[in-house]
Design a protein. Sequence first.
Length: 273
Amino acid sequence: MSPAPAPWLLGPPADDPSRTRVFCFPHAGSGASVFTAWRARLPEPLELCPVQLPGRESRFGDPMPDTMEELTEQTAQALLPFLRPPFVLLGHSFGGLLAYALTRYLRERGLPPPRALLISGARPPHVPAEAAHHTWPHERLVEHLRATGGVPDVLLQHEEFVRRLLQILRTDLRTAAGYRPAPAAPLACPVEVFAALDDPVVAPSAVAGWREYAGGEFGVHRGPGGHYAVYDTSGDLFGAVVRSALAPRPGPGGDRASDGPEGPEGPEGDTTP
């Protein structure tokens, strides 16, 4: 019997070893509910396990860690009872950094790795953020959210909602900006990264830097849309995520070609621009 679900998960995982659990980490300022639409669209071999980080949604009021290292430690301790192989770690933006940090944590302790690490819309840790968003004044940060489409405009009209959102967002952005892990050997598990072609937050070319963190199979997948395109279950990037989670397939030289229709060398693209 599986252990009782922690507040870190939205619902208990099924006790079915034939299914691959996909643990999903959301972008900065957000909660696990951003993955809700995925549940009905994942094929049967995959099981959605959205991770609810401290301080948001159902965990409103829980203290938020100040560093990625502390957040990783807390996340690992909470999820370890559920990380039975096969499982996949997937994170978008801020969540991508956390998914990477958790994968490192598991390796450093000799614990089973994910079948694949899937990272969407996130810069590699060695690439500094283009702007110190967590230091921006209130109105500028709200305008940034409006411009990037991170929050429906109707919600940005509610003062109390915006105040709480910015509190969480600033903490996440500060945590991400301060994450500078020590050099380490590349990961042995497959690493797949996903880039939206019109992402105004993380340039599509930046994600190729994750190649330095992959010791084996690596792939870059590009698709249309903005920073949050991966959440669209009808979009190309979501389809690429599903294919990667189902069965990572090696390509020539251990790299996989982009699924995007507009790769730099024609319909099939390439892995490292």
